[in-house]
Write a protein that binds this ligand. Structure first.
Ligand code: C5P
Length: 316
């Protein structure tokens, strides 16, 4: 079996279906090093997955067509992994503009596969929130359809297709739950961190466009911070790790969206070990010593009314 981060799940109720849990991610570190000739930015990032999942179910059809259905995540078959205080579901675009659809089409083109599939999505990861829900869904689609259609596409081919679809997507296929990501995001070095770090994630009602945030950021040359953060975490030095938490995109996001600034102010007033915006925003998260502390601080954030707040843990 291919070793990948999306969680494969057997579904006894529908034996011919492939079910994949696609996790959300947080950036514990994100430094934008400079602008590249291809328009993208060179970066160094530490990404880790958390226990908040979208669920995708793939069922073969022989008509050769692709169908994509988005369900309410509160309906059955949605599956495991959703913390009770997770944010309410939202509707991603359905049809060819969805990354899931584009991933399915790209896999068919690359392998010459003429088969079709019905793809059902139960969405729990908020969109336009810096949690890479769309990227994770696309990675889960490459993984799930490779299995459903018995294509035996190699991990190398899936990696190439993933990087064509988006900079964050290869991480979700790398087989590790935490990794140092470099280049555009597609050069992956797996990292080993202690499992079950507790975080509180908050997301305002408004989102941000990734391209827009990158356009407004001021690059900061200099590498090595991500590795320092990972070393501190792997030796259990939470406070030292917090000192390395950094996100270059934060300043741009603060200028573009006052809700993110309000979140930063709210987190600053509470005793988190460290706090940071994830990715290009708008989600903001705080690192805690343990789950009890996370639950308590989440309650205090909710009382401040700064957005949808949930507690999560990094994955083993
Ligand atoms: O790769 P992806 O399609 O997810 O990126 C969305 C946008 O974010 C890109 O169009 C680009 O504007 C910006 N981006 C960037 N440098 C990266 C990753 C993303 O400039 N390394």
């Amino acid at each position: 079996m291919l070793c990948v981060a999306p969680q494969f799940r057997k579904n006894p109720a529908v034996p011919d279906a492939v079910v994949v849990e696609a996790p959300a991610k947080l950036n514990l570190y994100l430094r934008i090093l400079g602008k590249r000739a291809d328009g993208f930015h060179e970066l160094e990032s530490v990404m880790t997955t958390i226990g908040l999942y979208d669920t995708l179910r793939f069922t073969a059809n022989d008509s050769g067509s692709l169908e994509l259905e988005c369900h309410d995540a509160r309906s059955p078959v949605g599956g495991a992994g959703s913390p009770p205080e997770s944010p309410p579901p939202e509707s991603p675009p359905s049809g060819p503009s969805n990354l899931i659809w584009r991933a399915a089409q790209l896999l068919r083109d690359a392998t010459g596969c003429a088969r079709g599939a019905k793809i059902e999505l139960w969405k729990r990861i908020p969109i336009a929130a810096g949690l890479a829900g769309g990227s994770s869904d696309a990675a889960a689609t490459l993984f799930g359809l490779n299995r459903l259609w018995k294509l035996n596409a190699s991990p190398q081919l899936l990696h190439v297709l993933a990087s064509q679809l988006g900079s964050d997507i290869p991480f979700f296929l790398c087989g590790a739950t935490t990794a140092l990501c470099q280049g555009r995001g597609e050069i992956i070095t797996p990292l080993s961190l202690p499992a079950g770090l507790s975080v509180v994630v908050a997301r305002p009602a408004t989102g941000l466009s990734t391209a827009e945030v990158f356009r407004h950021c001021r690059p900061e040359p200099g590498t090595g911070g991500g590795q320092q953060l990972a070393t501190a975490l792997s030796t259990g030095r939470l406070q030292a790790a917090a000192g390395h938490m950094h996100n270059t995109l934060q300043e741009a996001a603060f200028r573009l969206n006052a809700d993110v600034l309000r979140l930063r102010d709210a987190f600053s007033r509470l005793p988190f070990v460290g706090h940071l915006m994830s990715g290009s925003g708008t989600s903001y998260f705080g690192l805690c010593h343990n789950r009890n502390e996370a639950v308590r601080l989440a309650g205090r954030l909710r009382a401040l009314g700064v957005g949808a707040v949930f507690v999560a843990q990094t994955r083993p």
